[in-house]
Design a protein around this ligand. Structure first.
Ligand SMILES: [Mg+2]
Length: 351
């Protein structure tokens, strides 16, 4: 499915004006169906929709006649069979877990632990790299809808980024920023950039992936020099990479994404991070409410994911998903239906 965006989405590593998603449907013996979404983001993971679709088709053969009750075993097999296609595996894992929990008659978030059943987490809202006037206009619209945590993409040009963030901060007042450089800065530039913003009174809640994913020394240097929690995103796609980040002192927070690691992979990374005292964030690629519903189920089910960046359905010009969770301003309200509680409906209105 191709889903248009309201504004071109520009980050330091590339730009997109529509989302290219692939959807997976599995059918259990007995007829129960589950659906999942594979949302590759070529600029970040190198996966394209064509690659992803082919990987899904390769994995299909190995899943026929297997038991969905063995979902963790199936996920482990998929990770070994297609290590380079996490979005493909995520789509299938999500569909399997949706089918399993529908067959059981329980919401997915309860199967994932039901740690905080009443939680309505508040998501930030992402502003891509756009001309200042358009960015401020968008920021004011989101502010009017209740959003107080603004995620801004930075990392293309430190001077232009500084100007844009300051202008948003001036226009809105009481907002906090998550600043995501998507690996775009050299460590020295990152330190000057973030210190400059802090000195001018901008309230920064989190700094995300300021430097290249493999430059853990650079990450550690930024973390030491700037007094704001630092998030590793691109640096962590597996439990082993989480261990590297922890040993290097490179981050305070790890950003989980089911498209990077699959659902079970995200749980493994979360366990490693929490054991070492790191905090948890969850985000996504450009995903519809189907994949975001799975991530929300992790937030509610796991209970220790503090920072929520699950906003991309709000950036799309249409919503191809019917049912499932809903947004109440920035709050995300989980659904009580079995599984993910949603269906694909390509003609649905916007969220
Ligand atoms: Mg990020």
């Amino acid at each position: 499915m191709d889903i248009p965006l309201d504004d071109e989405f520009v980050i330091s590593r590339g730009r997109v004006d529509h989302v290219e998603s692939a959807f997976v449907r599995v059918r259990l013996e007995g007829g129960t169906e589950g659906i999942g979404e594979a949302a590759p983001f070529p600029a970040l993971t190198g996966e394209t929709r064509d690659d992803t679709t082919l990987a899904i088709l390769r994995l299909r053969e190995g899943l026929l006649d297997q038991s969905v009750l063995h979902s963790r075993r199936l996920a482990a097999w998929m990770a070994s069979a297609e290590p380079d296609y996490p979005a493909a595996r995520c789509g299938i894992e999500t569909a399997l877990l949706d089918a399993l929990t529908r067959a059981l008659g329980i919401p997915l978030w309860t199967w994932l632990g039901g740690a905080r059943p009443d939680l309505q987490p508040e998501t930030d809202i992402t502003l891509p790299i756009l001309p200042v006037a358009r960015t401020v206009e968008l920021a004011e619209q989101w502010y009017a809808r209740g959003f107080r945590r603004i995620k801004t993409k930075v990392g293309l040009d430190a001077d232009a980024d500084t100007e844009r963030v300051r202008r948003i901060a001036e226009a809105l007042g009481d907002v906090r920023f998550v600043l995501d450089a998507n690996q775009g800065f050299h460590p020295d530039v990152a330190i000057r950039f973030f210190r400059g913003l802090l000195q001018s009174g901008v309230r920064i809640e989190l700094i995300e992936q300021p430097v290249a994913r493999d430059d853990l020394l650079g990450m550690a240097a930024v973390r030491k020099a700037v007094d704001v929690p630092l998030v590793a995103d691109e640096s962590v796609t597996s439990p082993a990479e989480a261990v590297d980040v922890i040993r290097s002192g490179a981050a305070d927070v790890i950003n989980l994404k089911i498209m990077k690691s699959g659902v079970f992979g995200a749980l493994h990374i979360a366990a490693v991070a929490r054991a070492a005292g790191l905090r948890l964030m969850i985000g996504g690629m450009m995903e519809t409410r189907l994949a975001m519903g799975c991530s929300l189920a992790l937030v509610v089910g796991h209970g220790e994911i503090e920072f929520v960046d699950l906003d991309t359905p709000l950036l799309m010009a249409s919503d191809p998903v019917r049912g499932g969770f809903r947004y109440d301003g920035p709050r995300m309200v989980r659904c009580l239906e079995p599984g993910l509680g949603c269906e694909l409906a390509p003609e649905s209105p916007r969220p």
